[in-house]
Design a protein around this ligand. Structure first.
Ligand code: SF4
Length: 337
C-alpha cells in the first residue's frame, strides 16, 4: 500500500514524543528486557493495562528474573496471580519459565517459531515478544491494532470475520517495504489505539495518521470495528459450602484440571446449567453472579457451622490468593460470621 511507509514514519515520530511510560518498557536508550516483555504480554492477554500494572510490579519485586520465577512453586505463582483471572495463564507462565531455564539456559529465544513452542505463547504473544524485545519485524495484532486498522481502512465486515483482511493490511504495514524500528512501531500502534484511537470517542483531531484514515474521512470512526452480535452465554448454578468453626473457615485446593484449576477456594457443588436443587432463589440468604469467558455462574454460599479439613483463621483468608469468584463470596459473607 502506498501509504504504509508514510504511516510508519508518522507513527514513529509520534511515538518518540508520546510513548506511554509503562513499568515493563525500557528507556529509549536501553534494550528491552525480554523477561519483562514476556511477563507483561502474558498478563495483558484479555486484561487491561491498568489492572496489570500492580501485578507486574509485584511479580518483578518477588521474582526479578526468569530464574527466580522458575525456582518458585506453582502454588506461589497462582497465589500471587489471584484476582487477575484466566488462571491457565499463570500455570503456563510457570511452565514456560521452567522451560526457559532448563532448555534455553535462562535466555529467551528470539525466533517466533521457538517462542511459539513454549507454554502459553501463541501467535500474538510470540510476535509481540520478537518485535518488542528483539526488534524483529513481526505482525503484532492486539485489540488496539485491530481497531486502528479497521478504521484506517473502514473495513465493513464485522469481527471476527474481518480478522483475515485485518491481517492482510497489517502484514503490509508491519513487514512491507519499510521495517524500520519494529519494536517502536508495534508499540506506537498499540499506544495510538489505547490513547487516541479509543473504542469510544476517538480523538481524530490529534491523530498523527488522520490524513490516511478512511473512517475519519467519512466521519464515522466510532462505527468500526463492526462486531458480530454475540450469542448469549450459558448460565450455570452451584453452591459454595462455607464451613465455619471457632473463627476458622474451610478452604480447599481445587483439582488440577477444570475451572480455576489448582487455585484455592471454598468447596462447591458441581456447576450445572440446571438451577440448584433445594435452593429457592428468593429465599436464599446469599447469591453471587460471576461471568467467566464461556458461561455465567450463579453461586449460592451456604454457611455450615461445623469443622472440616483444612480450616484457616478468618484473618488469613485475604492472604491465600483467592480467585475473584471466591473473593466475592468471602466479601459477601464475612461480616455475618
Ligand atoms: S483518524 Fe481517528 S479513527 Fe482514524 S486512526 Fe486516527 S484516531 Fe483512529
Amino acid at each position: 500500500m502506498k501509504n504504509d511507509v508514510k504511516i510508519r514514519n508518522e507513527m514513529l515520530s509520534w511515538y518518540d514524543a508520546h510513548a506511554r511510560v509503562l513499568p515493563w518498557r525500557s528507556k529509549p536508550s536501553e534494550r528491552p528486557d525480554p523477561y519483562y516483555v514476556w511477563l507483561s504480554e502474558v498478563m495483558l492477554q484479555q486484561t487491561t493495562v491498568q489492572a496489570v500494572v500492580p501485578y507486574f510490579e509485584k511479580f518483578i519485586s518477588i521474582w526479578p528474573t526468569v530464574h527466580d520465577l522458575a525456582s518458585a512453586t506453582q502454588d506461589d505463582v497462582l497465589r500471587e496471580w489471584a484476582g487477575l483471572g484466566y488462571y491457565s495463564r499463570a500455570r503456563n507462565l510457570y511452565k514456560c519459565a521452567q522451560a526457559i531455564v532448563s532448555e534455553h539456559d535462562g535466555i529467551f529465544p528470539n525466533s517466533v517459531k521457538t517462542l511459539k513452542s513454549l507454554s502459553g505463547i501463541g501467535d500474538y504473544t510470540s510476535a509481540a515478544i520478537a518485535s518488542i524485545a528483539f526488534d524483529i519485524p513481526s505482525v503484532v495484532i492486539d485489540g488496539n491494532v485491530e481497531r486502528v486498522i479497521s478504521r484506517l481502512h473502514r473495513i465493513d465486515a464485522p469481527l471476527p470475520d474481518s480478522k483475515t483482511i485485518i491481517r492482510e493490511y497489517a502484514q503490509n504495514l508491519f513487514i512491507g517495504d519499510n521495517t524500520d524500528r519494529p519494536s517502536c512501531f508495534a508499540q506506537s500502534l498499540m499506544d495510538l489505539g489505547a490513547t487516541i484511537c479509543t473504542p469510544k470517542s476517538p480523538k481524530c483531531e490529534i491523530c498523527p495518521i488522520s490524513k490516511y484514515c478512511v473512517a475519519f474521512e467519512h466521519c464515522d470512526a466510532q462505527v468500526y470495528p463492526k462486531k458480530r452480535k454475540k450469542s448469549k452465554i450459558p448460565e450455570k448454578y452451584g453452591v459454595a459450602y462455607i464451613y465455619v468453626h471457632d473463627g476458622k473457615v474451610g478452604i480447599e485446593k481445587r483439582p488440577e484440571k477444570g475451572m480455576l484449576a489448582g487455585m484455592v477456594g471454598f468447596p462447591t457443588s458441581e456447576w450445572n446449567e440446571d438451577s440448584v436443587d433445594n435452593i429457592d432463589d428468593d429465599m436464599s440468604a446469599y447469591k453471587i453472579r460471576h461471568v467467566f469467558t464461556h458461561f455465567a455462574l450463579t453461586l449460592y454460599p451456604q454457611i455450615i457451622n461445623q469443622k472440616t479439613y483444612n480450616m484457616i483463621e478468618f484473618k488469613e483468608v485475604d492472604k491465600i490468593g483467592l480467585p475473584t469468584l471466591f473473593k466475592k463470596v468471602w466479601n459477601m459473607i464475612e461480616s455475618d460470621l
